[in-house]
Design a protein around this ligand. Structure first.
Ligand code: C2E
Ligand code: CA
Ligand code: CA
Ligand code: CA
Length: 283
């Protein structure tokens, strides 16, 4: 039920608010919410990294950073358990700042090891209307001497539509800094193409709901193919997420999709595990 609620919230936007709010006020959730501040301060949040593969070369070009909470009693918690809780308060500001800090610190280490991977961080709707967002981004790029083009921010259509004018303003600032911007979960929201055209974005990420069964579902493959063409016509790169098997990977390559991400390539893993994976892949 947790997952369903979270998906519905992410996908449906406003309509699920009442149910979401009521669901948040269970004792377990209130307890987690109260612990979240400590978790952020005490380094209980960790990042897992999922590779992005360039289909034309089969090379790893970067990683998406996905947050997990190493809870002292409950074990490893996935973002569907705590991101929605963070999003109803100022906690999401601190969480995003922490994730950025960890992601850029990791990427600095990659550079020192001679790896030139991009890193992608997810932003929440609330980050997009928060003036502190751009301030902490600038500070963080400075702190880690990050070339801005190596940082990618992923934003969902639904998040952008909460306050479109404010979002456009922020996106313009981000793109002037040289940061890459991706529309996440593309196809699941309600943004219009004319709105998207006004945004300084670089990439569309096709939602895994369309990619996962595209070889057995005629509608899905039509959507995937159309999105790839749309993206290319707008000079955008196109990423397919949720690639779970080799046939899907090959089909996406044949359709000229630029980049793929998914369990078939690798699940999101801790950096030490990714390093092992990279060295076994190189053999
Ligand atoms: P997302 O941004 O759409 O991230 C992709 C999710 O799909 C990840 O789940 C990933 O593990 C999962 N996934 C990747 N490949 C496959 C696949 O082949 N098959 C299937 N079935 N799933 C796949 P995860 O890590 O549980 O994250 C869920 C969501 O939580 C993310 O969805 C994102 O919206 C949010 N999230 C994660 N980290 C952060 C963060 O640092 N900040 C914010 N604001 N949100 C985050
Ligand atoms: Ca994402
Ligand atoms: Ca996504
Ligand atoms: Ca998705």
């Amino acid at each position: 039920a947790d997952v369903a609620m979270y998906e519905a919230k992410r996908r449906g936007g406003g309509v699920m608010i009442y149910q979401r709010e009521s669901d948040i006020h269970t004792p377990e959730r209130l307890a987690l919410m109260a612990e979240l501040g400590t978790a952020i301060r005490d380094d209980q949040l960790v990042l897992h990294f999922q590779p992005k593969v360039q289909l034309s070369t089969n090379k790893i070009i970067g990683f998406e950073a996905l947050v997990r909470w190493e809870h002292p009693f409950s074990g490893l918690l996935y973002p569907d358990k705590f991101i929605p809780l963070a999003e109803v308060s100022d906690a999401i500001h601190h969480l995003t700042e922490k994730v950025l800090d960890m992601a850029l610190a990791q990427q600095q280490q990659w550079r020192q090891q001679g790896y030139h991977f991009s890193v992608a961080v997810n932003l929440s709707a609330r980050n997009l209307i928060d003036d502190r967002c751009i301030v902490s981004l600038k500070q963080m790029l400075e702190k880690y001497q990050t070339p801005a083009g190596m940082l990618e921010l992923e934003l969902t259509e639904t998040a952008l539509m909460q306050d479109p004018d404010k979002a456009i303003e922020l996106l313009n600032q981000l793109s002037q800094l040289g940061i890459s911007l991706s529309i996440d979960d593309f196809g699941t929201g309600y943004s219009s193409l004319s709105y998207l055209r006004q945004l300084p974005i670089d990439t569309l990420k096709i939602d895994r709901d369309f990619v996962g069964e595209m070889l057995s579902n005629e509608q899905d493959i039509i959507i995937v193919r159309s999105t790839i063409n749309l993206g290319h016509n707008l000079s955008l790169k196109v990423v397919a997420e949720g690639v779970e098997d080799n046939n899907t990977l090959n089909a996406l390559g044949n359709m000229q999709c630029d980049i793929a991400q998914g369990y078939h390539i690798s699940k999101p893993l801790s950096w030490p595990d990714i390093e092992k994976w990279l060295s076994s892949r190189a053999k």
